[in-house]
Write a protein that binds this ligand. Sequence first.
Ligand code: GRE
Ligand code: ZN
Length: 325
Amino acid sequence: MQGKIALEEHLAIEATLGDSQVFGSHVWHELGPRLIDVQDIRLREMDKHGIEMMILSLNAPAVQAIHDVPRAIAVAREANDICAEHVRKRPDRFASFAALPMQDPEAAAAELTRCVKELGMVGALVNGFSQAGTPDSVLYYDLPQYRPFWRTVEALGVPFYLHPRNPLPSWSRFYEGHNWMLGPNWAFAAETAVHALRLIGSGLFDECPGLQIVLGHLGEGIPVQLWRIDGRNGWMKAPHKYPASHGVGHYFRKNFHVTTSGNFHTPSLNSVIAELGADRVMFSVDWPFEAVDEAAAWFDNAAIGEPERTKIGRDNAVKLFKLKI
Ligand code: GRE
Ligand code: ZN
């Protein structure tokens, strides 16, 4: 398929490049340059494999792991200025998500406003919880101090991509001795799914019904679990024990979108389409942790309907991010 749009596509700046090395030290001679490059290798891959546009975002965990708050604010700003410059060079091929210093909700709201209003960015991409003040602090965004931030996101009318990061070692006891589960194999999805469910259960989407959250990796496992999450052993009829007014599936189908980043498997894609509908699924690669050729070869030939391919490959993203292409 020509004209695809991909939206979990990362780059690094000097200050954040090192964060990705643990995930690909054996291929670092390739991965490092692919993270820094935007206008060269990346564009050639896009041209070869029918990707018209990538929405750029910073690598992970980057800003979220900078517990020195003024520095988190400064690095986010620097990254956003660099992303905006790349978009200015090729507005026909790139758009950008804002990196946000969520350690300080007010600063995050101000930076998102700057990025959307002054730099023309189409949303935010945040790498899970933030550490603030001390390395061992963990801030999830269902906490009450984030409500004004979320109201700003809703008022700006831009989606928020909740991207994975690993849990902190002090929160990872149940992976002890099984480090192979950390990262993209398992822990990224588990961490991100819990964060998304915290947002849902907190009642955030009752207060901000217009918020739109994007999850990668075909929804981090949530879509295929919705029936069980809301079922709660049906015959017992135990009421939900959370502040939100409705079942999890209600919010997931109204306030969430998922992408195919790093999850190129047709049976899984079809089950996500069956759960959410094709209007809430979008193509993505997860460059440079995944390869454009593999993602495109899979998606272009996946056994789905052609109307679904067009929506998922392009039209849903054009509509959600109001892309001018
Ligand atoms: C990602 O961005 O999703 C990612 C990483 C590191 C390793 C694998 C991966 O940040 O998918
Ligand atoms: Zn990613």
